[in-house]
Design a protein. Structure first.
Length: 197
């Protein structure tokens, strides 16, 4: 069981530290609203990964090509929308709804990103099945390690970018511009991948 926990921790750290749309989203939201309102968004994978895990375990490594293409296209369009919203800096939502709004936006960003589907169908799904065959506790240890490490990285990104905005004058505007540009590039890349399939 301990071996599965360690594997989960290692893979969770790697997944959380990998640059992508969700990390860019965290930086944008934290720069715009402050980390204290956005920190619940770090838990978005707990909302979005359930259907992803169920689907990938059902088909494991046999995700249909049309589904992968559709995910790239839908994810690309949604990320372009986030880039547009970041660029135009719409008025911040009321303080009581900012955290919940960001949590659902982050979950949708993750749900429309094909990377978790590919990751769960080629790496994590196989380990989870192996752990389940060993014992349900081993599978749960793997999941706890994976999500514990990933959420810790997410929180670190959110807090670090939020604190940097407070301490460095003018950084908020630069971070919002950078996140808009990065989200735009991620969106175009996903659309390109989807159209090439």
């Amino acid at each position: 069981m301990f071996a599965f926990l360690l594997r989960g921790l290692g893979l969770g750290l790697a997944a959380g530290a990998q640059p992508g749309p969700i990390q860019t989203f965290f930086i944008r939201q934290s720069a715009e609203h402050g980390w204290k309102k956005i920190w619940p968004a770090a838990f978005a994978p707990l909302l979005s990964d359930g259907p992803i895990i169920a689907l990938t375990l059902l088909v494991l490594t046999r995700i249909p090509r049309w589904l992968e293409k559709g995910l790239y296209l839908a994810g690309g369009l949604f990320i372009l929308y986030l880039a547009w919203a970041s660029w135009h800096q719409h008025a911040a939502p009321p303080a009581q709804t900012a955290a919940l709004h960001s949590l659902w936006q982050a979950a949708l960003t993750n749900l429309l990103n094909p990377a978790p589907y590919i990751f769960w169908s080629t790496v994590n799904g196989l380990i989870l099945l192996e752990g389940w065959r060993t014992s349900p506790a081993a599978a749960l240890a793997f999941l706890a390690g994976f999500y514990g490490a990933m959420i810790a990285i997410n929180l670190a990104v959110i807090v670090a970018s939020g604190q940097a905005v407070v301490r460095i004058p003018g950084l908020q505007k630069r971070l919002l511009g950078l996140s808009a540009a990065l989200l735009f590039l991620f969106g175009l890349w996903q659309l390109w991948r989807g159209l090439r399939m």
